[in-house]
Design a protein around this ligand. Structure first.
Ligand SMILES: Cc1ncc(COP(=O)(O)O)c(C=O)c1O
Length: 406
């Protein structure tokens, strides 16, 4: 029987192949160090959990909530934008709470896309950026993700050669998976370009607070007039270690926010009210918990770069996000990222995410997530060192993963 139209457009998750190997290695007793999925391992701060418990005892919170978010939560998000970015938002018309930023992004795509609309999307990138639009009938045109001049020449070429003209441009800095960070000057130029060509901008700022080198990543909405064409997504998942709570936001242009709010009003009743109450308290906090999370990821980053370097794998230190974007060592490059990732599970008991899972241009890298503690990261480096030694100097040519042989 033929697959459904939409399902046919969703290829099997590449990461699933590594996950399957991981599961079978674990079933065989292996201690796999899992640096694959970007699933924060840190507990949600106790004060936020307590707020949830307190709120859940009030039966009034058990009813359907509000799809767009309770007013206090939207006000807290607006206050965060003003405090952090100097951006003033109207919490009634320019802020909507979402069930995690992934849901918000996908439903924004659904709200604004007509069949055949062209979307400019970085490659490699977090999969929902492309597939949110593909599920909505859009057509993706890939863009270089490096925020420099090559980005602008690719952008110009894309606009010149797209028919119809692109509807929207997706930005994601700090980037998952590459961890590249954009400057405010970059955003100024992108906004000017997008305005000139009547292109909307959707910016994913999920890693707004996970940065390491003292410079907080800017928001595209800091550019004067950006709100005429931009909407931006943020997430509580990484900032407050709340991935399972499903809480995020879209803010910015009223027309875009209203389109998303309308679609959501047909689909959901909002997050459980106690979650919204606890999220409000988190956003209104003094920021000390965020600083703690940041410093834990920073220490892990430093350990990763140092210990993997000693193992013979030079990993560029990411300036932000909870990921390192690591070039596949030269002797294994010919394998591609999926086969190399499988080998790491089988021979080093280490799981990483193959770069190709984020798009074809990611195939020379793997993404290493900082989601195990420092001790485990060092252990991963030791395992990898042993595997590299066994594979021999430049002897990667004859190394094939067991699953490839089958
Ligand atoms: C760039 C990016 N956007 C969005 C998300 C999804 O976040 P949320 O948990 O808010 O849906 C992630 C999660 O890994 C991400 O890396």
């Amino acid at each position: 029987m033929e697959e459904f139209h939409k399902v046919r457009r969703l290829p099997p998750y590449v990461f699933e192949q590594v996950n399957r190997l991981k599961a079978s290695a674990r079933a065989g007793g292996a201690d796999i160090i899992d640096l694959g999925m970007g699933n924060p391992d840190l507990p949600t701060p106790a004060s936020i959990v307590e707020k949830l418990c307190e709120a859940v005892k009030d039966p009034r919170t058990h009813r359907y909530s509000t799809s767009r978010g309770i007013p206090g939560l939207r006000r807290a998000q607006a206050a965060y934008y003003e405090r952090r970015f100097g951006v003033k938002l109207n919490s009634e018309t320019q802020v909507v709470a979402t069930l995690g930023s992934k849901e918000g992004f996908a439903n924004m795509a659904q709200a604004i896309t007509a069949p055949g609309d062209v979307i400019l999307c970085p490659n490699p990138t977090y999969p929902i950026h492309a597939f949110g639009f593909i599920m909505s009938g859009g057509v993706i045109r890939s863009l270089d993700v490096v925020p420099d001049n090559s980005f602008f020449s690719a952008l110009e070429r894309s606009v010149r050669h797209s028919i119809p003209k692109p509807l929207a441009l997706i930005l994601n800095y700090p980037s998952n998976p590459t961890s590249y960070v954009a400057t405010l000057d970059f955003y100024k130029d992108v906004v000017a370009f997008a305005k000139k060509h009547h292109i909307l901008i959707l910016s994913d700022l999920a890693y707004s607070e996970i940065y390491f080198d003292g410079t907080p990543p800017p928001s595209v909405l800091e550019v004067p007039g950006a709100i005429d064409i931009c909407v931006e997504f943020t997430s509580m998942s990484k900032t407050f270690s709340m991935p399972g709570w499903r809480m995020g936001f879209a803010v910015g242009n009223e027309r875009l926010i209203s389109a998303l709010t309308r679609v959501k009003s047909y689909l959901d009743y909002g997050a459980f009210t106690p979650i919204q109450v606890a999220a409000t308290a988190a956003l209104n906090g003094d920021g000390s918990e965020i600083a703690e999370v940041r410093s834990i990821y920073k220490r892990r980053r430093d350990v990763l770069v140092e210990s993997f370097g000693k193992a013979g794998w030079d990993v560029p230190p990411p300036a932000a996000t909870m990921f390192a974007w690591a070039p596949i060592p030269e002797q294994f490059k010919h394998l591609g990222s999926l086969e190399f990732s499988k080998l790491l599970v089988e021979k080093a008991d280490v799981a990483v995410a193959p770069g190709v899972g984020f798009g074809e241009h990611g195939d020379e890298h793997v993404r290493i997530a900082l989601v195990e503690n420092e001790h485990r990261i060092r252990q991963a480096a030791r395992n990898i060192k042993r595997f590299f030694a066994a594979a021999g100097n430049g002897g990667g040519d004859n190394v094939v993963s067991l699953s490839a042989r089958r």
